[in-house]
Design a protein around this ligand. Structure first.
Ligand code: MRU
Length: 377
């Protein structure tokens, strides 16, 4: 009997970041590995790391070697493939039990970004859909589905950028927080995709980037991405953002999201809520950019979103040096929730949700809603 042909990873248009190793990619066929750009080492060292089993994927997500909601989702999908690969020869019921167990394990590594649970649910449904008689073919279908998710993520992010690029003001200042760029997705990013598409359309602007304590995703990752893409970038301490708005130098704030509740309340990196408050005070539009996979309509409002608490030591030290006296306690939530009322609009691959209300969010998921972006601010 001839073996079925191997399963080939998708070829992905990586836009302005083609010069860096991919955020994540599957290398090889059925016996392949998940290769990650190790983001804990950036910007100083550009090194990749291969994950050949699910424990390595779990660890990589937990310590933020791979991070950002969409990237976590796709990494987890590949993690599920790796974790179930040794069980391809089990009977169907035992294999499906493994799919659920590995999925549960992966879901435990970071709680806030819903893309992780979304990806696991999508692959679990694929496994349950069969084909009933052939577990090896079912596993093949999981790997093919993970490849589809990777390709879709890049295309979705590009579409988000196209739908929101007109919001970027010519000659103005744009403020962003954390990293919602190519490094947080398979390619292009969410918030930063708007900047990339606007730049490609010839628009000029300055990107102001909060450094994003304690793990400095803004300073280390966003500044790296934007400067590589030829965008004018200035990094600021998180505490400087409001004064920059007061000085009239910010015309737009755009951030990503880790989970958006049914009413539009949005969890994103800690510090986002403060930016939204300051933007409202200064009359500056505050946009979120996110794919539909970041919405969790099972949660009525932001108070229901689980917020990850990270180790106190991340706050205690900066770049390996202690910055607090011995015994000081530290508070280290990874995310906060911005109420929908402070959000001007949410840019998605299906267009811009504006105003941000439960009814408008619901419309996004209505199969009859036309896939037509609405431009303009
Ligand atoms: O803790 P991180 O680095 O995973 O947090 C990332 C963010 O908060 C991003 O803004 C969010 O995931 C959107 S990424 C397109």
């Amino acid at each position: 009997v001839n073996a079925p042909p191997d399963i080939v990873p998708p070829v992905i248009d990586r836009g302005p970041l083609a010069g860096l190793p991919p955020t994540l990619e599957w290398v090889g066929g059925r016996d392949g590995v998940l290769r990650l750009l190790d983001q804990t080492l950036l910007p100083g060292r550009i090194e990749t790391r291969d994950c050949a089993n699910v424990e390595q994927v779990w660890e990589a997500i937990r310590v933020l070697r791979v991070r950002g909601a969409p990237a976590i989702g796709v990494a987890a999908a590949y993690g599920l493939c790796l974790g179930t690969r040794p069980h391809r020869h089990l009977p169907r019921a035992a294999f499906l039990a493994q799919v659920r167990e590995v999925g549960q394990y992966l879901r435990s590594c970071r709680p806030t970004a819903v893309n992780l649970a979304w990806a696991i649910a999508r692959l679990t449904a694929r496994a349950e859909a069969g084909p009933a008689a052939d577990v090896a073919a079912t596993w093949d279908a999981l790997l093919a589905e993970a490849h589809d998710m990777a390709a879709e993520d890049a295309a979705t992010c590009r579409r988000i950028g196209e739908n929101g690029a007109a919001l970027i003001p010519e000659g103005g200042g744009v403020l962003t927080h954390c990293n919602a760029g190519a490094l947080a997705t398979v390619a292009y990013g969410t918030a930063l995709s708007l900047l990339y598409v606007a730049r490609a359309r010839g628009r000029h602007f300055t990107a102001h980037v909060d450094e994003t304590r304690p793990l400095l995703q803004g300073a280390r990752l966003t500044a790296l991405e934007l400067s590589r893409a030829g965008i004018d970038v200035t990094v600021l301490c998180d505490g400087a953002a409001a004064s920059l708005m007061q000085a009239g130098r910010i015309q737009l704030v755009v951030v990503g999201a880790d989970r958006i509740a049914a009413n539009g309340d949005t969890a994103n990196k800690i510090g986002t809520y403060a930016l939204a408050l300051a933007a409202r005070h200064h009359g500056i539009p505050f946009y979120v950019a996110a794919p539909l996979s970041t919405f969790d309509r099972a949660l009525a409002c932001g108070a229901d979103i689980p917020i990850e608490q990270r180790p106190e030591d991340e706050v205690r030290a900066a770049l390996g040096t202690a910055i607090t006296p011995p015994g000081a306690r530290c508070y280290n939530p990874a995310f906060d929730v911005t109420p929908a009322a402070l959000i001007t609009g949410i840019v998605t691959e299906k267009g811009i949700v504006r105003p941000v209300t439960q009814a408008q969010v619901q419309r996004l998921f209505d199969p009859n809603t036309a896939n037509v972006p609405r431009h303009g601010s």
